[in-house]
Design a binder for this molecule. Structure first.
Ligand code: HAM
Length: 420
């Protein structure tokens, strides 16, 4: 029979214990990012993968690439048009409105797959994972500092190098309108030089022209008015304060041309990029979206959030060794011998901070030790026929240049393991 293949741009991930493997890095990234979220006292929200397509049309905006060409939408058996979520923010707000919780404050996190019908390439997939947070119900100020502090905590947790955070402010309603008018006026004489995509952006959401990939548009934009001249002094000082407070942790750059690909943003926006990523260099993005709740039929709910692209982020991390020690448990007895497994069980209950990898496969000591090295074990506990008979075990020190191995009684093994 023919084999069935996965769909283009949709990857399988499997933890084979090799710390160099991207899947292993992805799982580790997810675990540790979740820990940062919970340490900041955020609560988990989990929404469905499928939503009414209108949710994304109304939130991302009909000038966005997401809605124009990337959305996975189709009619279900009942002829209802539904879509696989391309991002998590709209769903979170929809859920909060639906639960009638849109008049209170929330600090939420989520982690899950998103879908965008993009041309797959390195760092760009059709199914990818986002880990995000949304801070709902707070005006500009404290949440901006909190969210950049969280981004910095994540950068510190993973010891990321070669990255920077770009920040900008899209202004309040009034200054955004004045800037958009000035931009349209400036671009008017160049209309014939703009491509179809930029012309559409110019009429639907002029700010998005600043994100144009067209070289000619980019050169026209060099002399365009800057948003810096339109935003309020309070917005300028917010940008400067953020830059000053966090520059010791990560390079923070004020970029007055930064606009985001979704229409709902209104105010402070940011993106984290890395020179190690190539063309798809942004591993995290977010910003304030004060009007989304109203647009989705809810109450006034000023909000800000961000999402990390897990695959891109994971590809940046070098060292995923955790603080939990890994120990390999190697039996060289017949597979039907039950005693070693009971010893492993007792060890596990003695010290739950240790990750004990009980190797189930039959094989030579050499191949089992190779596996122990690959999964970063600090020690291997080896039990063969002889050890079983003498009620002993061998402790092999895998990271110690001075010590090789020691034979100990089972009682000594238990106290050694407890002390790890
Ligand atoms: P976004 O910038 O569209 O923002 O996506 C956030 C991150 O998801 C990007 O920085 C990137 O790392 C990753 N990403 C996006 N598309 C792909 C893809 N096709 N393949 C792999 N990774 C991808 C949002 O989605 C907003 N909801 C963020 C937000 C939350 N704003 C406020 N709250």
């Amino acid at each position: 029979m023919d084999k069935i293949h996965s769909l283009t741009g949709m990857l399988d991930h499997y933890d084979d214990g090799d710390i160099e493997n991207i899947s292993v890095k992805i799982f580790e990234t997810e675990k540790r990012i979740k820990k940062v979220f919970t340490n900041y006292k955020y609560s988990e929200i989990r929404t469905p993968a499928l939503e009414d397509t209108n949710l994304f049309v109304r939130s991302a905006g009909d000038a966005s690439d997401i809605v124009n060409k990337e959305i996975y939408s189709f009619n279900d058996r009942n002829e209802k048009n539904i879509a696989l979520r391309p991002e998590g923010t709209a769903s979170a707000i929809r859920a909060i409105i639906e639960k009638k919780l849109d008049q209170t404050n929330h600090k939420l996190w989520y982690l899950g797959p998103m879908w965008r019908y993009e041309r797959p390439q390195k760092g760009r997939y059709r199914q990818f994972y986002q880990a995000g947070v949304e801070i709902l119900g707070y005006e500009e100020g404290a949440p901006e500092y909190e969210i950049i502090s969280m981004v910095c905590s994540i950068i510190e947790e993973f010891k990321l190098k070669n990255c920077s955070i770009k920040i900008n402010h899209l202004g309040d309603k009034e200054s955004k309108k004045l800037f958009c008018d000035a931009l349209v006026e400036y671009l008017e004489p160049f209309k014939d030089s703009l491509d179809e995509k930029d012309l559409t952006r110019l009429t639907k959401n002029p700010l998005r022209v600043l994100d144009s990939k067209n070289k000619e548009t980019q050169s026209i934009l060099k002399k365009a008015p800057s948003i810096r001249e339109f935003i309020k002094p309070s917005a300028l000082s917010l940008l400067e304060n953020i830059q000053n407070e966090y520059k010791d942790i990560c390079n923070i750059e004020i970029d007055y041309t930064l606009v985001r690909g979704l229409d709902y943003y209104s105010g402070f926006v940011f993106e984290a990029i890395s020179s190690e990523l190539g063309a798809q260099d942004s591993f995290l993005g977010g910003g304030r979206y004060d009007h989304l709740s109203l647009k989705l039929g809810g109450k006034n709910l000023p909000s800000i959030g961000m999402a990390i692209g897990v695959e891109r982020f994971a590809s940046l991390i070098k060292d995923i060794t955790t603080s939990n020690k890994v120990v390999s448990f190697i039996t060289l007895t017949s597979n039907l011998e039950s005693k070693p497994y009971k010893i492993a069980h007792q060890l596990r209950s003695l010290n739950s901070n240790i990750i004990l990898d009980l190797q189930l496969s039959e094989g030579s000591l050499k191949s089992k030790l190779r596996k122990a090295n690959k999964n970063n074990s600090e020690y291997a506990i080896i039990i063969g026929e002889e050890e079983l008979r003498d009620r002993t075990a061998v402790i092999k020190f895998l990271n110690d240049e001075l010590k090789d191995q020691e034979t100990v009684s089972i009682k000594e093994l238990f106290s050694f393991y407890t002390s790890l």
